[in-house]
Design a protein around this ligand. Structure first.
Ligand code: UDX
Length: 432
């Protein structure tokens, strides 16, 4: 139980959070803010004007919008590296100006900046923290295992070994069990943009001294985090389905696929003959309205036993008893949200950390099926295996066991519980 003295001391501590403005990154940062607020800290969210969270959803936080000059800029998936550079060049000056003012006014307002917690892509926040001599912490919104894969990637780059020959991709990486070279976030060539090379610095800095904390969404008081509108109709549709009967399909907020892959997925769902809930967000297929590119008879077939929505309340969907499997791109948030509900996964990783997450899900924790690329009827087969075979049932039991393990780690004395407390104590240790 906290004493009121500690509580007062914490409220005088302001934690400044700097999220990268995309769903998979902004969600964990807002959840961390909510957790730290519940532990007594004041929270300031310094955010780009592009894709900003709605302040009225978070009356307990204060918000600092930063001019990013992204108006009219191409913010699509293919241009993300340029988006990162533009944000880093444009947000540094306004952020520094606000932070200097805040530090100057600390005495008057009775609140001290305890720390700046920033997404590693928002590198400008670290530069400002260093210049103003403010403590800073990197919040990596990916798994700890992904950091190791980054280190191997940078080693390969330093040794001029990229691109790797096709024949080496399936081989195990000797020093990073259980990863294979194909699980690394390998660039196609040696031409690596500066913004990616900058990760090298934050990766080694983080590995020296990191807290592995989470799953945030189970530790945070529930707060809205979706940047798109959720279609809650899917929850009443799920209410009408049998327990563990529905396969939920979503590829997160960023991944894009081509029309051929979309059609293959639709046929896989149709031929599997299982009920499904499918998220087809407007930007899922490159350059066209996704559903319009499907043949009409296929849409009709899929609609007979499925529901297609543009954006779902995913955490509630995965917690629904009707959902028995998750066909996913293996983003880290989706991975955590699924295993926290004991839902096994069909893994179709697309980029970055997703291959590492898929490898752990399928090979280490054995709660996932790896899609066999290029094999005929692979999607249909994977869905049937997951939803109606004994193998799928065994995976579901393993996933349920994992859910219980996670719950134990969040209880007093568990590793997640203790790590979070360590973080709060660490933040309080920054005395002026
Ligand atoms: C990105 C990267 O792709 C991912 O690999 C990295 O780990 C984090 O940043 P994203 O692709 O969006 O994120 O995937 P993910 O991490 O799974 O995050 C998606 C979030 O959107 C999840 O929290 C999920 O609950 C939410 N979501 C997704 C919805 O609320 N509704 C939907 O319909 C789909």
């Amino acid at each position: 139980m906290e004493t009121s003295g500690v509580e007062r001391r914490r409220r005088r501590r302001r934690v400044v959070l700097v999220p990268y403005p995309f769903q998979g990154h902004i969600t964990p940062m807002l959840q961390l803010g909510s957790i730290l607020h519940s532990k007594g800290f004041s929270i300031l969210i310094a955010h780009t004007k592009f894709s900003s969270p709605n302040p009225s959803n978070y009356p307990h936080f204060t918000f600092l919008p930063l001019s990013d000059n992204l108006d009219g800029f191409d913010t699509s998936f293919h241009n993300l590296l340029n988006v990162m550079s533009v944000i880093n060049s444009n947000c540094e000056a306004p952020f520094e100006e606000h932070m200097m003012q805040m530090v100057a006014e600390e005495e008057v307002c009775g609140q001290q900046v305890a720390c700046i917690i920033y997404d590693p892509i928002m590198k400008f926040a670290d530069a400002v923290a260093n210049r103003l001599k403010l403590p800073s912490i990197v919040l990596r919104t990916t798994s700890a295992a992904y950091m190791h894969s980054h280190i191997v990637m940078f080693q390969l780059l330093a040794e001029n070994l990229i691109p790797l020959p096709e024949s080496q991709l399936h081989a195990a990486i000797p020093e990073v069990h259980p990863l294979r070279f194909k699980d690394l976030p390998l660039p196609a060539s040696m031409e690596i943009p500066q913004v990616v090379l900058d990760f090298q610095h934050t990766t080694s800095a983080t590995l020296d001294d990191f807290f592995s904390i989470g799953p945030f969404h189970k530790m945070a008081p529930a707060i809205p985090t979706s940047l798109l509108e959720e279609e809650n109709i899917c929850l009443s549709w799920l209410d009408k389905q049998a327990p563990n009967s529905v396969i939920y399909v979503s590829l997160g907020s960023l991944a894009i696929i081509d029309e051929k892959a979309l059609t293959e997925l639709a046929w896989g769902l149709a031929k599997s003959e299982q009920p499904f809930l499918w998220v087809v967000r407007p930007s899922l297929v490159n350059g066209s309205d996704a559903m319009e590119s499907l043949p009409e008879d296929l849409i009709k077939t899929t609609q007979e036993r499925g529901l297609v929505v543009k954006w779902a309340p995913q955490k509630k969907v995965l917690a629904h008893p009707a959902v028995g499997g998750f066909f996913t791109h293996c983003g880290w948030n989706s991975t955590l949200e699924s295993i926290c509900e004991g839902v096994p996964l069909i893994c179709m990783p697309c980029f970055a950390d997703q291959m590492v997450n898929a490898r752990y899900l399928t090979y280490v924790w054995r709660v996932g099926i790896e899609l066999e690329n290029g094999r005929e009827r692979t999607i249909e087969k994977a869905i049937r295996t997951m939803m109606v075979s004994e193998e799928g049932e065994v995976m579901r039991q393993r996933a349920f066991h994992m859910k219980r393990e996670i719950e134990r780690s969040m209880n007093e004395g568990g590793s997640s519980y203790e790590s979070l407390n360590c973080l709060a104590v660490y933040l309080l240790s920054y005395e002026s």
